[in-house]
Design a protein around this ligand. Structure first.
Ligand code: PLP
Length: 381
C-alpha cells in the first residue's frame, strides 16, 4: 500500500482543496496594514453570505470551542439560568462551558441519535426564566441535525438569547441565521469550510449585543465588545491568523462560485447515497432519515461487528480514516464524514473500502452491494 496516500473521512478536520492550500503560502502581511483591512472587509462580506446574515460577524483566531466559549462568556452573568439542549457530546460541552461560567444550567437531554423535541422546549420556555438557550445545529457525535428554525421561533418570544453551535454544518448545510432568529451563531474553520483548524466565525444579533451590556462574566480575549472596538480601529481584535484568513477567502470563493444551493444539494446527496449504501450492507444507521445530518453519518456496530477493529483495518490497510464514537457512544458506532471538499467519488471510495474491511473483520456482506446502492442514488441525482 502507498503509505502516504490517505483518505481523511472524519467529521473534521477535513481535506483542504488545492486552491485553499495554495492561497495559504502567500507571504505574511501586517495585520494593521491596508492590505489586511481590505482582505478582512471582503471576508466579512463573503462569510455573511454563507451564514445568511446581515448582522455583525467576527472571524476570530480560536477553534470552534473558543467560539462556543465566546458566545457564553459574553451574554451570561454568574447565577443566570441557562437552558442547554443536549443531543450528544457537543451539546454536553456547550452546557459544561456555561456551568463553568457560573450559570445555573438546566440541561434538557434527549437520547443520543435523536433530535431536540420542541414540545419539551416550549414547556421549559413558558416560564421565561432563561437568560440564554444553547443548542447544537449539527450534533457531530451522533449525525443528527436539529430544527433551529423552529427553536428560534420559540426562543424569540422570550427574553433569552439563542446561542447555536453550527461548527460541523456551516458551509455544508442551509443555515439561515437571521431567518431562524439565532442571536449568536458559531462555526469553526476545519469542517465544511475546508480550512485547517484555527478560526471561529461568530455572528451576533442586536438582542445579543443588548444582553452583553449587562453580562458580568469575566472575559478578555473572548470579549466581543472589545473585539468590536478594536476592529473599528485596526480591523482586527487581536493578532489574527493571517494565513488562515488567506485560506478562508479561497474557500469562501469556492463555495460562492459553486453556489450555496448547489453546495447544500451536494451534501444532501452524499448523505442520501451513504445511507443507502449502509442499509444495502445490512448495517444500522444511528439517526432517522428526517433528522439525518448532511455532513456526517453515524453507523451502529453490533454483536458481530466491532467498530474499532473495523476502523483499524480501514486505517492500516486502506489509509481510510473514519471517526469512532464519542462519550457514551464510544466503541458503539463509527462515523463517516462527508463535508466540505467531498463529492460523489469520495463516497464510492469510502463505501468500497468499508465493504472490503467488513469482509476482513469477518462481517458477512455482499461485496459491491453498498457501492451499487450509492451509485444508484448518484445516477438518479
Ligand atoms: N461543536 C461541534 C458540533 C463540533 O463538531 C466540534 C468539533 O468537532 C466542536 C464544537 C469543537 O470544535 P473545535 O474542536 O474546533 O474546538
Amino acid at each position: 500500500m502507498l503509505q502516504d496516500k490517505k483518505y481523511l473521512m472524519i467529521p473534521g478536520p477535513t481535506p483542504i482543496p488545492p486552491a485553499v492550500q495554495q492561497a495559504m503560502i502567500r507571504p505574511m502581511i501586517g495585520h494593521r496594514s491596508g492590505d489586511f483591512a481590505k482582505l478582512h472587509e471582503r471576508l466579512i462580506k463573503k462569510a455573511k453570505q454563507v451564514f445568511q446574515t446581515e448582522k455583525d460577524l467576527f472571524i476570530l483566531t480560536q477553534s470552534g470551542t473558543g467560539g462556543l466559549e465566546t458566545a457564553v462568556a459574553n451574554v451570561i452573568s454568574p447565577g443566570d439560568k441557562v437552558l442547554a439542549l443536549v443531543t450528544g457530546n457537543f451539546g454536553e460541552r456547550f452546557a459544561k462551558i456555561a456551568r463553568l461560567y457560573g450559570a445555573e444550567v438546566d440541561a434538557l437531554e434527549f437520547p443520543w441519535g435523536e433530535a431536540i423535541d420542541l414540545k419539551q422546549v416550549e414547556e421549559k420556555l413558558a416560564t421565561n426564566q432563561y437568560r440564554a438557550v444553547l443548542a447544537t445545529h449539527n450534533e457531530t457525535s451522533t449525525g443528527v441535525t436539529n430544527d433551529i428554525g423552529g427553536l428560534g421561533a420559540l426562543v424569540a418570544k422570550t427574553d433569552a438569547v439563542l446561542l447555536v453551535d453550527a461548527v460541523s454544518s456551516m458551509g455544508g448545510m442551509d443555515i439561515r441565521t437571521d431567518e431562524w432568529q439565532v442571536d449568536i451563531m458559531v462555526t469553526g474553520s476545519q469542517k465544511a469550510l475546508m480550512l485547517p483548524p484555527g478560526l471561529a466565525l461568530v455572528s451576533v444579533s442586536e438582542k445579543a449585543w443588548q444582553a452583553m451590556e449587562t453580562a458580568k462574566a469575566p472575559r478578555f480575549y473572548f470579549c466581543l465588545k472589545q473585539a468590536r472596538k478594536n476592529m473599528a480601529e485596526w480591523n482586527t481584535a487581536w493578532t489574527p491568523n493571517v494565513t488562515l484568513f488567506y485560506g478562508l477567502e479561497a474557500a469562501l470563493d469556492m463555495i460562492l462560485a459553486e453556489g450555496l444551493p448547489e453546495v447544500f444539494a451536494r451534501h444532501a446527496l452524499m448523505t442520501k447515497a451513504t445511507r443507502a449504501a449502509i442499509r444495502a450492507l445490512g448495517l444500522e444507521l444511528l439517526a432517522a432519515d428526517e433528522v439525518a445530518s448532511h455532513t456526517v453519518t453515524a453507523v451502529k456496530g453490533n454483536d458481530q461487528l466491532n467498530t474499532e477493529d473495523l476502523r483499524k483495518v480501514l486505517r492500516t490497510k486502506y489509509g481510510v480514516t473514519f471517526a469512532g464514537g464519542q462519550g457514551k457512544l464510544k466503541g458503539k458506532i463509527f462515523r463517516i464524514g462527508h463535508m466540505g471538499y467531498a463529492d460523489k467519488l469520495d463516497i464510492i471510495l469510502a463505501i468500497g473500502a468499508l465493504e472490503m474491511a467488513l469482509v476482513e473483520v469477518g462481517y458477512p456482506v455482499q461485496l459491491g452491494a453498498g457501492v451499487a446502492a450509492a451509485q444508484k442514488v448518484f445516477l438518479e441525482g
